[in-house]
Design a binder for this molecule. Structure first.
Ligand code: ATP
Ligand code: DNN
Ligand code: MG
Length: 241
């Protein structure tokens, strides 16, 4: 386990399903590994309070089924306003200490666990007046898993994210296209093909829209869906020496 440090989950935008995919991957990896080796971290969340059902930290905790961390151990900074972290912090009368966040990340990654770390919004989202989410991903030196919408517009957004990631020297583990509707299958397959062709990356999974109420049964079905449709071996295998 100690070679598989983790992945950094980013998105082509806010609201593309990073949290939903992150907890699903965590649950599916736990199922696949058959032991407790996965941990989750959301360095900064905004627009929520810890404990509310819509907080990323709560959803990561609830959806992953991981109980060796509490919800508050899954998040470091929570800011109430639904804004980019730099501005949400400023409005709250504080600044995000980028170096402290990086140190905390390194401490976590030195543990003998597989860490799934969720950014905020996309790579170009400011954490401070000098740092973007991309800079945090760079400091943590984890491969990126890019979550993208599945439908029209996603090819452009995904290729731009890939281009920016490479400019920042980030490794890309792959892309997951999230949330297709039943009548969109052909379009999503074409989108995946175009992203692979022009982006030089692998699409590691294509996930359907699953709108039902979040019950225990729903969470189990989502973890199974990810286990069946996402190339988990590739995600953790990339980290193997
Ligand atoms: N495949 C899906 N099926 C059903 N609902 C989904 C799916 N993917 C995402 N959602 C819903 O879409 C909304 C946005 O997803 P989510 O919060 O995971 O996005 P995010 O990228 O993590 O956003 P943020 O930038 O705020 O962290 C949530 O309400 C989530 O439950
Ligand atoms: C509040 C929201 N849910 C996110 N966590 C923060 C998204 C910031 C996006 C900034 C931007 O790209 O313009
Ligand atoms: Mg999220």
């Amino acid at each position: 386990m100690n070679r598989n440090r983790g992945c950094f989950i980013t998105g082509t935008d806010t609201d593309v399903g990073k949290t939903q995919v992150a907890y699903g991957i965590a649950a599916a990896l736990q199922n696949m590994m058959g032991h407790d080796g996965v941990r989750l971290w959301k360095p900064v969340q905004s627009g929520v309070t810890v404990g509310s059902v819509d907080a990323d930290s709560y959803r990561l905790w609830r959806g992953s089924g991981i109980r060796h961390q509490s919800e508050s151990e899954m998040v470091s900074i929570t800011l109430p306003l639904p804004l980019a972290p730099w501005i949400a912090a400023r409005a709250h009368g504080c600044l995000i200490q980028f170096d402290a966040l990086v140190q905390e990340g390194h401490r976590k990654l030195s543990e003998d666990r597989y860490w799934i770390i969720e950014g905020a919004g996309g790579l170009g989202v400011p954490l401070t007046d000098q740092h973007l989410i991309a800079d945090l991903a760079q400091e943590l030196a984890l491969p990126l898993l890019i979550i993208a919408r599945s439908g029209l517009g996603t090819v452009n957004h995904t290729l731009q994210t890939i281009h920016f990631a490479r400019q920042k020297g980030l490794d890309i583990a792959g892309v997951i296209l999230n949330g297709y509707q039943e009548n969109e299958v052909a379009q999503v397959m074409n989108n995946a093909m175009m992203i692979e062709h022009f982006g030089g990356v692998q699409v590691l999974g294509i996930l359907p829209w699953m709108p039902e109420e979040r019950t225990d049964t729903w969470y189990a079905a989502w973890a199974a869906c990810i286990g069946n449709r996402v190339n988990l071996e590739q995600i953790i295998g990339l980290e193997r020496e």
